[in-house]
Write a protein that binds this ligand. Structure first.
Ligand code: SF4
Length: 302
């Protein structure tokens, strides 16, 4: 997995219960999870099992909160927050996220410290290379709408930011990646099509592009230190690609309903099981990692 997405970033309310089949609530991250492994979707949405805390998920949330605070300050024409203030803010958000997501302290303190160094490095890169140029007009924008072709599907989500500069309206998505994306990766991301489709369905002004701003690791002269750089990846999904995404949502909803009727959400073991937060409830995933000698990247919680 290139980076751990904030799987539930857009879902502040519980999904519909298994008994309520009239409306199916979906999000980009749910569609992605279901497409990769139906069993994972079921365990996280319906199975009521414990999830392992994800240190990169926690890091991503704290970075998003920090950047959001800075952008709101700029939008309100307040003096920008300086580096020390942002670093302190990030560390406080990180502590809060660890307390919330990992109250039992499953993630060792050394790993927590590594993630703090990563986050501070991201804040430094953000302040040096993005903050002086970005022109935000909205941040953390929620959306929710019934699928235009099937009102029984409710699609929900959240955009990180919208900027407007040189007559270009851009949806911005921050990603804390573990390694730099290969060339052209941004054009393969269905998330960009999903965002533009959402704008159209909400009746909003359509953005000209989606820019993924990733923060891959950079070489550090100090062993154990963390340095991050900024990698801007703009993309302009076509109208056909937006329609493809709308169709994908319908197909995923139909497959979920069919599996629900059969009571069978298949497990699809793969190297991604190493990153699965519900692997502790999935014997197939545990077996796959053991048989293929793949080290788990998330703890197994039962
Ligand atoms: S461990 Fe693997 S097979 Fe099992 S639910 Fe997770 S992703 Fe699917």
């Amino acid at each position: 997995m290139e980076e751990q997405d904030r799987l539930d970033e857009n879902e502040t309310q519980p999904a519909t219960s298994a008994a309520d089949t009239s409306v199916l609530e979906l999000s980009f991250s749910q569609i992605e999870a279901f497409t990769m492994c139906p069993q994972r979707w079921w365990l996280t949405k319906r199975g009521n099992v414990r999830r392992a805390p994800g240190e990169f998920l926690i890091l991503g949330s704290a970075v998003h909160q920090t950047i959001e605070a800075d952008l709101r300050q700029r939008m309100a024409n307040q003096p920008p927050l300086g580096l020390d203030a942002l670093k302190q803010m990030f560390s406080a958000f990180l502590r809060e996220q660890f307390a919330l997501e990992d109250p039992d302290g499953i993630i060792p303190s050394a790993r927590r410290a590594e993630r703090e160094r990563d986050g501070i490095a991201v804040v430094i890169a953000y302040l040096a290379e993005i903050a002086p140029h970005i022109r935000p007009v909205a941040v953390e924008i929620p959306f929710e709408f019934a699928h235009p072709d099937d009102p029984s599907i409710l699609f929900r989500g959240r955009m990180d930011a919208i900027t407007f500069r040189s007559r270009t309206r851009t949806i911005v998505d921050w990603k804390i990646v573990r390694r730099a994306w290969p060339p052209g990766e941004e054009h393969r991301k269905m998330q960009a099509a999903a965002y533009l489709w959402a704008e159209a369905c909400m009746g909003w002004e359509l953005s000209n592009q989606v820019t993924f701003i990733t923060f891959p690791p950079d070489w550090s002269p100090e062993p154990g230190d963390s340095v991050r750089k900024v990698d801007w990846r703009p993309t302009k999904p076509s109208a056909e690609k937006r329609q493809m995404y709308a169709q994908l949502v319908r197909e995923a909803a139909a497959a979920i309903r069919a599996m629900e009727a059969q009571g069978d959400f298949q497990a699809r073991p793969s190297p991604r099981c190493a990153w699965c937060e519900v692997r502790g409830a999935c014997p197939a995933g545990e077996r796959y990692l053991a048989e293929n000698n793949i080290p788990p990247q998330m703890p197994s919680i039962t």
